[in-house]
Design a binder for this molecule. Structure first.
Ligand code: ZN
Length: 124
């Protein structure tokens, strides 16, 4: 499927983003005005406020920008687990890590992690 098939009227929605993730496709949005890339659907660019956002495939490798080990998890989640900001050229995505990782380590998109709140990008 092309990225636009997950979007509604040209705009990526949370349900379209989740559907793509369940298909093993990592989507984000790129701002036509400033080039900023986000890893999850937004109504407007977080950097410049523009609503001119294109749905794009995100890179499937990135670098661990920050990482947190969740010890006390929300109800329904199995702790401990690792959540990271994964950085790539132009942006970042919040993701689950399959294993511990150091800041600066290269990680690869593995598909969707199943969570009680829906799929989350999984990197390892
Ligand atoms: Zn922008």
């Amino acid at each position: 499927m092309s990225v636009d098939e997950y979007a509604e009227a040209g705009r990526l929605t949370t349900s379209g983003w989740r559907e793509a993730l369940d298909d093993g496709v990592l989507l984000g949005q790129e701002c036509r005005d400033c080039g900023h890339v986000t890893g999850a659907p937004k109504a407007a660019c977080v950097r410049c406020g523009s609503r001119a956002l294109d749905t794009v495939h995100l890179p499937e490798t990135g670098e661990v920008y920050s990482v947190t080990r969740i010890e006390v998890a929300p109800e329904g989640f199995d702790a401990p687990y690792h959540v990271a900001m994964v950085a790539f050229d132009g942006g970042r995505v919040t993701a689950r890590l399959g294993d511990e990782a150091e800041i600066g380590e290269t990680v690869t998109f593995e598909g969707a992690a199943s969570t009680p709140e829906g799929p989350a990008p999984l990197f390892d």
